[in-house]
Design a protein around this ligand. Structure first.
Ligand SMILES: [Fe+2]
Length: 362
């Protein structure tokens, strides 16, 4: 284990933390008793020094998540300064629609603005896309009356458990990969307003007045192919577009060689199940479409298998109840996160960065 020897900060055991491959997950870092930082400036320069030594990097590699507690962060601007202290080279540029986020300042966004009663199942951030961030920071600015938590699990431990309990599923994922699908209505479909997006606005950048429908389709397909490595499937019944993303569901972390369950499978399935949207046309109680992810050859992933995957995930999931001012620094390559519904006011802010890590073929 990378050791932290520091006059002002110490590691602390988080009750019930898991041990994954011999390392505590997640690792807590807090300000030592009797020590305090006078203000955010002092805290930032201390963090900067640790970052310069490579200490934070190696702790994150070992533990996959670091929870910082007791540091003097009060608002988005403090959070922004805190994340910059890590001196990560590249802020992540998001491509493609995934939830609703508002930029608060240059490095900080709201985590997600979907209603507080919606549960998010475990997912790798942008695990449904070929373009994803490597490192995440979450900042707990306001903790609600109840709920609003961010459960975590180790994608390494999940892989191990699935391989042990559902070996045929892991083999099928390894052999075939997956195809994720997203639904984009036509702009003139009355449902488009409720769904919140449509293919003309999301991908029709090159469409000009007078283009035939065929020409519009061709241009949208080119955008999907060139910018997202995705394919389009046009729906005759209502002019909607399915965007198909062919991806591996298992990958190997380059620096450690460990396999990781990196994908959006549970997020998509859990939400479809909650919305009673498991049969064609996959329209849910929320009046949105929840298209299933299939194996890469188009064959269905049995729902019983996915139910079991969710159950296994819950059995290894871990929750550190948020305290005001907490920052969680998460390695997206090896950790999936979720969101529980809440009551009351909540503010969780996020900052996304490209990683130094890489995935290689499973
Ligand atoms: Fe997320």
């Amino acid at each position: 284990m990378a050791e932290l020897v520091d006059p002002r900060i110490e590691t602390f055991a988080i009750p019930g933390a898991r041990v994954v491959h011999g390392k505590v997950f997640p690792l807590g870092l807090r300000v030592k008793e009797g020590q305090s930082f006078a203000d955010i400036d002092e805290a930032v320069s201390h963090i900067e020094a640790l970052a310069d030594q490579g200490t934070l990097d190696s702790l994150l590699t070992d533990h996959s998540t670091i929870l910082f507690r007791g540091f003097p962060l009060a608002n988005a601007s403090d959070f922004s300064r805190f994340v910059q202290a890590f001196k990560l080279p590249n802020q992540h540029q998001e491509v493609g629609l995934s939830g609703i986020r508002t930029t608060v300042n240059g490095f900080v966004k709201t985590a997600n603005e979907e209603p507080s009663d919606v549960k998010f199942y475990y997912h790798s951030e942008y695990g449904r896309s070929a373009h994803f961030p490597g490192l995440l920071f979450f900042f707990s600015e306001v903790v609600p009356e109840s709920g609003g938590q961010t459960p975590l699990l180790s994608s390494l431990e999940l892989y191990d458990e699935l391989k042990r309990q559902l070996p045929e599923f892991i083999q099928a994922l390894a052999d075939k990969g997956v195809i994720g699908r997203q639904y984009f209505p036509s702009k003139d479909d009355p449902e488009a307003a409720h769904i919140g997006w449509n293919w003309h606005d999301s991908y029709g950048f090159d469409i000009v007045p007078g283009d035939s429908l065929e020409e519009q389709h061709r241009k949208v397909e080119a955008v999907l192919r060139d910018r997202l490595q995705a394919e389009g499937e046009w729906q005759d019944r209502n002019g909607a577009l399915y965007v198909l993303q062919r991806l591996p569901a298992l990958r190997r972390v380059q620096s450690t060689g460990k396999p990781s369950f990196f994908n959006g499978l549970m997020g998509v399935y859990g939400r479809a199940r909650d919305n009673n949207a498991l049969e064609p046309p996959y329209k849910g109680l929320d009046q949105k479409y929840h298209l299933p992810t299939t194996y890469g050859d188009g064959s269905p992933i049995p729902y019983e298998t996915l139910d079991k995957v969710l159950e296994i995930a819950d059995s290894i999931g871990f929750l550190v109840p948020w305290q005001v001012g907490d920052v969680a620094h998460i390695d997206n390559y090896t950790v999936q996160h979720a969101r529980t519904p809440w009551v009351g006011d909540r503010s969780l802010l996020v900052s996304l960065w490209d990683g130094r890590e890489k995935f290689v073929k499973y």
